[in-house]
Design a protein around this ligand. Structure first.
Ligand code: G4P
Length: 524
């Protein structure tokens, strides 16, 4: 990040996509269109190409997924844009949800040929659930794909957001010439440029020229445009900001088409950082004293930097490296001498950060996900909700001499939110229950305990699939129920585990006085 105090307007967003939909390619293309502010913009990627995802773990490399989260900061059209990385797999939906608490909007990236894939629908639903504005990009339009109307239908049916296309393809997927810009009525034509141009290969054509040069394809796009308008599928800024509609653009990240359009629309339509609500119902304006929300904690990112990073999004005020901030949960001071911008493997010092920016605080070991840091009078931002886990295993160390490391490692993973750790007196300390939204979280936990703590894990699946939160005063009663086990999460929440939804619903029906929460509230 630039060392100068920079008060240009911010846009902070995340890209949500299925693995392979083209998130890395898009990120790379975005960075090419923009001036990357941070030295960290020189990013590394998978498969040897210049890429963008962090690849700090063997598992990530092998599976081509990104589990870490960090932010890429760049400059575009007089704005500072923060792109916060998200994991690309539904098993890490909870992580995605946390990242979404750090952004003001999201870009939903859909593969034109695959549409909405069932296994990743959850990620997109998480996006809709957060209620933040979502822009949709239909990617890979240079390849054969689904009918655009079919894609619009599935977004509306399966995600529950109404698509309002800003552009419409001229020519079918795989044989496209460009898009009809629904705001101007003209055409943005794709032009192939020789070898690796970094700017958008786009050319603007008026209606007459488009009709003359792209006859039938243009007529079809113009008809679709009218149909959409007749159907009320036009952009409405208020409905977009409320998360009711999602503007859609069509493009090809690989061919660098639609990327400038996306950036322009992000600048124009996506909201800037706004005031934050606080737990006591107050409002924190962006120009109040400094406060930030910790949305991610991570350690052991790579061998060269074996330390722990707490990522925080600045919500109000100005952050200056070196200032002492207060940890709201404990009232204790936190030093910020080592504040960094992190993307992929690259790190650089952050000197100044504004609302919307992401800072990585090194070795701030007291900070947990959902915590607030601030200067001035005490303030607490709302905690980040955690998901009801659906997969449960018991974890024990397979080499008894590594017990201490095992215990330390489990505590670390719990604090980072890699898995939720559940305990009970009956089960004791030697085999805590690990709970996850997706089973791949267990693989991450096991791989990290082995690599970082040399404590190989033995995981044994438990026959539970549903969790409900139980109020403290009803724990004893729920514990008596047949086929139900109550465990305590490290944030103090009690969870009742049921073998299946049917059993949980039966208990709710038969004992209506029990207060069983379905989405478990986060630490508070
Ligand atoms: P991800 O981060 O979402 O997992 O996806 P990534 O960008 O790695 O893209 C997955 C594959 O899709 C890559 O091909 C990439 O080149 C391709 N791709 C991305 N955007 C487009 C596009 O707009 N059009 C076309 N035709 N392809 C696109 P790969 O063969 O798996 O990897 P690579 O060897 O090309 O890197």
């Amino acid at each position: 990040m630039s060392a100068s105090l920079d008060d240009r307007p911010r846009r902070t967003f995340a890209v949500i996509s299925h693995p392979d939909a083209g998130k890395s390619t898009l990120t790379e293309a975005l960075a090419l269109h923009a001036r990357v502010i941070s030295e960290a913009g020189a990013v590394h990627g998978k498969g040897g190409r210049r890429g963008t995802v962090s690849d700090w773990m063997e598992m990530e490399r092998a599976r081509g997924i990104s589990i870490t989260s960090a932010a890429l900061q760049f400059e575009y059209a007089g704005h500072v844009v923060n792109l916060v990385d998200t994991p690309g797999h539904a098993d890490f939906s909870e992580d995605t949800y946390r990242v979404l608490s750090a952004v003001d909007s999201a870009v939903m990236l859909v593969d034109a040929a695959k549409g909405l894939e069932p296994q990743t629908l959850k990620l997109f639903q998480v996006c809709a659930h957060r209620g933040i504005p979502v822009l949709t990009v239909i990617n890979k339009w240079d390849r054969p794909g689904l009918d655009p109307f079919e894609l619009m239908d599935s977004i509306e049916q399966q995600i529950g957001m109404r698509p309002t296309p800003l552009t419409w393809p001229v020519g079918i997927a795989g044989d496209f010439h460009g898009v009809l810009d629904r705001r101007t009525g003209g055409m943005i034509r794709y032009t192939r440029t020789a070898g690796g141009s970094t700017r958008a290969p786009e050319e603007h054509l008026g209606v007459d020229a488009a009709a003359a040069e792209h006859g039938a394809d243009w007529a079809e796009a113009a008809e679709a445009h009218e149909l959409l308008s007749a159907d009320g599928a036009d952009h409405d800024q208020e409905l977009f900001l409320a998360g009711v509609t999602t503007p859609v653009i069509f493009g090809s990240a690989l061919l660098n088409f639609g990327v400038a359009q996306l950036l322009d629309r992000l600048i124009e339509l996506a909201p800037p950082p706004g005031p934050s609500e606080t737990v006591d119902g107050g409002i924190r304006e962006v120009d109040d004293d400094f406060c930030a929300l910790v949305f991610k904690v991570q350690s052991g990112m790579d061998a060269a930097h074996r330390d722990r990073l707490a990522y925080a999004r600045v919500c109000s005020g100005t952050f200056e490296r070196g200032m002492v901030v207060t940890h709201a949960a404990t009232g204790r001071p936190v030093a910020t001498k080592y504040a960094q911008a992190v993307f992929g493997r690259e790190r650089s010092s952050v000197d100044v950060a504004r609302p919307g920016d992401i800072i990585g605080l090194v070795n701030a070991s007291a900070l947990r996900v959902g915590d607030t840091i601030h200067t001035g009078a005490p303030v607490q931002l709302p905690p980040i909700a955690s998901f009801a886990p659906e997969h449960f295993v018991t974890a024990s160390v397979s080499d008894a001499s590594r017990w201490k490391q095992f215990r330390k490692g489990i505590e670390q993973l719990d604090q980072e939110g890699v898995v939720q750790v559940l305990r009970s007196e009956a089960r004791g300390d030697h085999a805590p229950v690990l709970a996850a939204v997706g089973p791949m979280q267990f693989e991450v936990a096991a791989a990290r305990l082995e690599a970082e703590f040399r404590a190989p894990l033995r995981l044994e699946p438990l026959d539970y699939n549903v969790a409900r939160a139980v109020d403290d005063d009803q724990v004893a009663e729920v514990q008596q129920l047949r086929g139900v086990e109550v465990l305590r999460r490290s944030d103090g929440t009690h969870l009742a585990l049921f073998p299946d939804r049917w059993r949980a619903e039966a208990v709710e029906r038969m004992h209506p006085h029990l207060r069983l929460g379905s989405l478990v509230a986060g630490r508070g």
